[in-house]
Design a protein around this ligand. Structure first.
Ligand code: KG4
Ligand code: ZN
Length: 334
């Protein structure tokens, strides 16, 4: 069963084909980062327009690379939400129309379920049940995964997402968008321990997160450091440590609380090298294993959408012609 997946929820246009036992036949991502960089963040209207421009070529390219034509497809999946409404509409309209024209079953997919299942695309995937840490630009959550489609949100951010905190900190440090990789690079030049920032909500029980206070702490530190480059590197280091330590503490708690033997980490912040390092230590001490998607499947991509769509189509899910997008869509509602 060859399933075409389409992703257009934010500033990446992506297409992929997943083929069941034959695995991922191809995937391609076009990043709009350069289009939005001058604005310091994603401009929704520019994102929608660029999806319109890039999507047909990406789909044709991926099918070509996989040696397939449209007639070889058996299903179509797209990101229904959460995301930017206009951007979602482009992918949904394209995917639903293609499915209709070819008489194929079609299914809209939850973007975060895509991230959550991305580690299962790797060779030697983790078995379920497991605990998932989802850390992207829009979400930070810990999810108990009993089985495919059976998710319980254990905790989530009450304000900023972890990726958002990286992006806002980058702006305060005069670093380019997207902030995560830029902050991580500058942090590597920082002196450990020079700047210590709070680990929000770790001193009380529970699995929720809050990162907006950290941003204020960064602002004050930046005002103190002035324009000094080493001072800014020390802040980046202190900030990354605070986020990573906070995430690690909550992961340890979630694993203990659920008695789980496996943790998967997915979403853009899951690409952070220091987070990997810290969670390895945690896993060794706590007797659990940690699983990540490959780096290219940590950030937004369509492979995870094609795979999730494949699983959903196999399980009998179908969308009719009256499809909708869901810019806000709680994972708990799946
Ligand atoms: O999952 P993703 O590609 O898009 C969303 O669905 O949001 O995540 C993007 C987020 C951005 O906030 C970006 O700054 C962050 O992931 N990110 C990182 C790293 N790479 C991307 N954060 C920390 N360290 C990184 N290496
Ligand atoms: Zn994402």
């Amino acid at each position: 069963m060859n399933v075409l997946g389409i992703e257009s929820s934010c500033d990446e246009t992506a297409a992929a084909v997943y083929a069941g036992s034959a695995g991922l036949l191809g995937h391609a991502v076009h990043s709009q980062v350069a289009d939005h960089a001058a604005y310091g963040g994603v401009v929704p209207e520019l994102a929608s327009r660029d999806h319109v421009r890039k999507l047909p070529g990406l789909v044709a390219g991926v099918l070509g690379d996989a040696g397939l034509g449209p007639a070889d497809l058996d299903g179509v999946a797209w990101t229904r939400g959460p995301g930017l409404p206009g951007a979602l509409m482009v992918g949904a309209g394209f995917a639903r129309s293609l499915a209709w024209a070819r008489g194929l079953p079609a299914v809209g997919v939850h973007h975060m379920e895509g991230h959550l299942l991305a580690p299962l695309l790797e060779p030697d995937p983790p078995a379920m049940p497991l605990v998932a840490l989802l850390v992207s630009g829009g979400h930070t959550m810990l999810v108990q995964v009993a089985d495919f489609g059976r998710y319980r949100v254990l905790g989530e951010s009450v304000d900023d997402a972890a990726g958002e905190a990286f992006d806002k900190t980058a702006r305060l440090l005069d670093l380019p968008y997207p902030g995560g990789p830029a902050v991580a690079r500058l942090a590597a030049e920082g002196t450990p321990g020079a700047v210590r920032l709070p680990r929000p909500m770790t001193d009380r029980p529970g699995l929720d997160f809050s990162f907006s206070g950290l941003k204020t702490a960064v602002l004050h530190a930046v005002q103190e450091a002035g324009g000094d480059r080493q001072g800014r590197a020390d802040i980046a280091h202190g900030f990354q440590e605070a986020i990573v330590e906070t995430l690690a503490i909550k992961c340890r708690r979630a694993v203990r609380q659920t008695g789980s033997a496996r943790l998967v980490v997915a979403g853009g912040v899951g690409a952070n090298a220091r987070l990997h390092e810290r969670l390895s230590t945690e896993a060794e001490a706590g007797g659990f294993t940690v699983h990540y998607p490959s780096l290219e499947l940590c950030t937004d991509n369509a492979a995870m959408i094609a795979y999730t769509g494949y699983r959903r189509l196999q399980a009998g899910y179908r969308d009719g012609l009256d499809f909708t997008v869901r810019p806000r869509w709680p994972l708990a509602g799946l």
